[in-house]
Write a protein that binds this ligand. Structure first.
Ligand code: NI
Length: 481
């Protein structure tokens, strides 16, 4: 290549380069001019960081408006809603007031110091709300209020939710129940709270007290398992529908306690029923007149040794004696059954109504005070029961089908012989843990009964495996009669 040619080529290359640079400069300028306005509005923003962009755009400054954004439609006005405070919350409540263009709502639900319980409560409330939201007509304007009454911070929380829904000006009301066992950390169905006999009892009480009857205008079939109730301090408030309106009646625990599958202290009755072989015979050993400072704890350790259970009919009067507190604590902790033998061991059939009631109530309260549990059954002293005693009893009455006559013989071998002679499936045996000879007899009797194939059970277990739901004021001598 000649020098001339080389120079010419160099010039051409230079021209191309210059032109390219010019073009680039023009393009860059155009780009800058085009975007200048945009940048002016968002100088501080980092477009890669959406949160910052949003924050910048949310600034109330006049510069933050984005002229390239679609012109927004005027937002629909929100439906005004006010929180009503019609119901009493025993514990702490959480309230959400959420206004919207199509639906506004107020949601109240109980919160607890226990995070798991609070979460369960929130889930329940949100589920109630979703159910209501799902059923709203598409183009309607609606308002929903969900509020509740509750039983405070007992081990078992019961809450009745009142739901008010207003759709295009028409209001409807409904009710829902939430029951939660804080002790077990789980919600459960309201109908699991009471046995079927409770329904019959409450219907009877409502019919008598309020004067409404079962049928079209009165108690309805859906009432069957008490969807609505509140567990209060001393009573249960049952709600019922009377011609579409919600009414309620309060019934003391002592009248419905034996029908409760879950007690107010959170004990699930079924938890105390062991898994036993329903095809193997069962016998319920019962011990009366205690507790005794030495004999009762010794008997409890024998029961534990053989992994069997019994029922103790304790005497109210003796509960303040020395050593009773320890004996009762052992009894409650061992899952043996605690029942009432009344207070003063009097023949109830010779007492006035007030005296009989006092015998029952004083003992029940004392047992509750000491163990946190109500007695499940009552045994009248001497087994003396008449219609008056039955009518006043707040629990099923229990007598016996085998009398070991320990109170008479006071002899270990005689007690064992009497017990073995009477042993038969589903029978209830009478003994007294105040006598040392009876505890000595138990030490021999229990392994013998086990050898014969009997399962030694509490009264609740005996009835449960015989499909018997014991009724208040009814006298039982065995599981089946
Ligand atoms: Ni007695």
């Amino acid at each position: 290549m000649t020098r001339k040619k080389k120079r010419k080529l160099k010039k051409n290359v230079e021209r191309v380069l210059i032109c390219s640079l010019c073009l680039l400069a023009i393009l860059v300028s155009v780009y800058f001019i085009k975007n200048a306005k945009k940048w002016a509005g968002g100088m501080n923003s980092q477009p890669d960081d959406p949160t910052v962009t949003q924050a910048a755009n949310n600034k109330p400054s006049g510069n933050t408006k984005n002229p390239t954004a679609e012109p927004t439609a005027t937002p629909e006005p929100k439906i005004p809603i006010e929180a009503e405070n019609k119901y009493t919350h025993q514990g702490t409540a959480k309230q959400e007031v959420v206004p919207g263009a199509k639906v506004s709502y107020v949601l109240n639900y109980p919160v607890f110091d226990n995070a798991i319980a609070t979460e369960a409560s929130m889930q329940n409330a949100k589920a109630l709300l979703s159910k209501e939201l799902e059923t709203l007509p598409e183009n309607a304007k609606s308002r929903i209020w969900i509020d509740y009454e509750d039983s405070g911070s007992k081990a078992v929380v019961s809450a009745v939710f009142h739901i008010t829904k207003e759709v295009d000006g028409t209001t409807t009301e409904s009710v829902s129940e939430w029951v939660y066992n804080k002790k077990k950390g789980e919600s459960f169905e309201a109908k699991e709270m009471f046995g079927k006999l409770a329904y019959e009892y409450v219907v009877k009480r409502v019919t008598e007290t309020v004067g409404i009857t079962e049928g079209e205008d009165g108690l309805t079939a859906e009432q069957e398992h008490f969807p609505y109730f509140l567990l209060k301090e001393e009573e249960v408030e049952f709600f019922y529908l009377d011609g579409g309106k919600l009414g309620s009646i309060s019934i003391p625990y002592r009248e419905v306690y034996t029908y409760m599958a879950v007690t107010p202290d959170g004990t699930v009755r079924m938890d105390n029923i062991r898994e036993l072989d329903p095809n193997k015979p069962m016998i319920a050993l019962t011990f009366d007149d205690g507790p005794h400072i030495n004999n009762t704890p010794r008997l409890l350790s024998i029961l534990e040794k053989y992994n069997v259970r019994a029922t103790f009919f304790v005497l109210g009067d003796r509960l303040s004696w020395e050593g009773s507190e320890e004996a009762m604590a052992l009894m409650a902790a061992s899952d043996n059954e605690i029942a009432s033998h009344t207070f003063s061991h009097s023949n109830l059939t010779r007492l006035t109504d007030e005296q009989i009631e006092a015998e029952f109530v004083k003992t029940r309260n004392k047992i509750y005070e000491m163990t946190g549990e109500y007695p499940t059954f009552v045994r009248a002293p001497g087994g003396n029961v008449n219609d008056k005693v039955k009518a006043l009893s707040y629990a099923p009455l229990i007598n016996w089908s085998v009398d070991t006559r320990d109170w008479e013989s006071r002899d270990r071998d005689s007690i064992v012989a009497q017990a073995l002679a009477g042993a038969k499936a589903n029978r209830i045996m009478l003994m007294h843990d105040i006598h040392t000879c009876t505890v000595d007899a138990a030490e021999i009797l229990i392994p013998k009964l086990l050898e014969q194939g009997y399962q030694l059970v509490t009264l609740s277990e005996l009835f449960y495996y015989n499909n018997v739901e014991p009724e208040n004021g009814v006298l039982y001598r065995a599981a089946d009669y």
